[in-house]
Write a protein that binds this ligand. Structure first.
Ligand code: HEC
Ligand SMILES: [Cu+2]
Length: 404
């Protein structure tokens, strides 16, 4: 006789263990704990359909098992008699599935209408614009633009207007709700809704940082196209608006020098910093850049060392990035030729562009600490040895991918 577990157990056990590990730990991108009405409509629907199908499965498998056992062939049984047609059975298995589909269709159609509703009165419009390979966020009513990380007030309806500057992307912050395609939008005359403009109307009821990413393959760096939705209370939201509208002055000498280098480099052809003459539109708006959770849409943690490397080696660190490095061109621009000292100064300047009131706020305010990346958001920040070596830069990029 053979010892030990039956073969099937030996195969199944590792699978079950693996499955169970999926239940532990932090899941910043779970779809199972939505914090908006929009997300809840969808997850409720999912739960409804799942329980319906679980019920159906139990009935079908129960009946199947019963029949297999009860009517199994026994030695000496005569061959079974064939049956031709049974009106009762046929009516039953026509009506049964029709009813099931009806029971699933009713809540589905209701959810579709609920999630396609017009913008509610007083909704805050946030335009989310997909770019290869980063996100732009504009608040048209407030005259504010930011990138890769956006603020949203808790407890107020928000309408996300999704459009793309190039190819089709997909907006997905799982805890806000389901993904939606981000299309290049066809402009229409005033008063007519632009063609292919998708919207997500939602109201968040829990403050916090919620991570998301592009969910539609959009080219080389699609896998590094993250964003952070920062849901804050109304007062904190108003403070953020105030902060981002207030031109920021660099604090130290190095930063002041960085500002000057930035202003006379090609940076300003692509980047905007409010309150300065930098008005470029091709890259992310860098106003309050120091406040951002990451560099380059989740590529690496936002700190001065990483930022220096990014300024020197953007196209090597993020393959496909449409921005030039010091020695490699990008985004249709020649190499910047910046020295490491220049890059370091610019990094000091950009890191200084952070919210001034942080820390000075009364205890208990919703403000997050500066340089805000929760550790799980981005990969290791070790950029030593990247230097100009493209091959090792590529390897480092692989290491720096956000660990999810
Ligand atoms: C050809 C246009 C172009 C030029 C010139 C350019 N950039 Fe960029 N920059 C981009 C694009 C596009 C991105 C987004 C890259 C990505 O994430 O895929 C970017 C990203 C960045 C980011 C990260 C922004 C974020 O939200 O994570 C910083 C910082 C930055 N650039 C700084 C600079 C500096 C400093 C210079 C000048 C030395 C410069 N850029 C020159 C196009 C440009
Ligand atoms: Cu994408």
């Amino acid at each position: 006789m053979r010892q030990g577990f039956p073969r099937i157990t030996r195969w199944l056990a590792p699978g079950v263990v693996l499955l169970l590990t999926a239940c532990a730990g932090e899941h910043p991108q779970t779809v199972l704990r939505p914090i908006t009405d929009y997300g809840r409509i969808q997850s409720d629907l999912w739960a409804t359909v799942t329980w319906w199908t679980v019920g159906i499965m139990l009935v079908v498998f129960g009946a199947l098992t019963y029949i297999l056992v009860r009517y199994r062939a026994r030695p000496g049984d005569p061959p079974p008699k064939p049956i031709y047609g049974s009106t009762r059975l046929e009516i039953a298995w026509t009506i049964g599935p029709a009813l099931i589909i009806l029971f699933i269709a009713i809540p589905t159609i209701r959810a579709i209408f609920e999630t396609q509703a017009e913008d509610p009165e007083g909704a805050l419009v946030i335009q989310a614009i997909g770019h290869q390979w980063w996100w732009e966020f504009r608040y048209p009513e407030l005259g504010v633009t930011t990138a890769n990380q956006f603020y949203m007030p808790e407890g107020r309806p928000v309408s996300l207007h999704l459009s793309s500057a190039d190819v089709i992307h997909s907006f997905w912050v799982p805890r806000l709700g389901g993904k939606k395609d981000v299309n290049p939008v066809v402009r229409t005359p005033e008063g007519v809704r632009p063609l292919h403009l998708n919207r997500i109307v939602l109201q968040a009821d829990s403050t916090g940082d919620y991570k998301g990413q592009c969910a539609e393959y959009c080219g080389t760096a699609h896998a590094i196209m993250y964003m952070l939705a920062r849901v804050v209370d109304e007062a904190e939201f108003q403070r953020w608006i105030e902060d981002i509208r207030t031109p920021m002055e660099p604090a130290g000498d190095l930063a002041a020098q960085g500002r000057e280098i930035f202003q006379r480099s090609t940076c300003i052809a692509c980047h905007t910093i409010e309150g300065t003459s930098a008005r470029g539109q091709l890259g992310p708006n860098l106003t309050l850049f120091g406040d951002r959770f990451s560099i380059a849409a989740g590529l690496m943690a936002n700190n001065e060392e990483n930022l220096t490397e990014w300024i020197l080696h953007a196209p090597e660190l993020k393959k496909g990035a449409l921005m030039p490095g010091a020695r490699v061109g990008g985004g249709g621009m020649p190499p910047t030729g910046l020295s490491r000292e220049d890059a370091r100064a610019i990094a000091a300047y950009l890191s200084d562009l952070r919210r001034p009131l942080l820390g000075a706020r009364p205890a208990g305010s919703a403000a997050a600490p500066p340089s805000t990346a929760p550790d799980t958001m981005v990969g290791t920040t070790d950029t030593t040895g990247i230097a100009a070596d493209t091959a090792s830069a590529a390897a480092d990029t692989a290491r720096q991918q956000p660990q999810l």
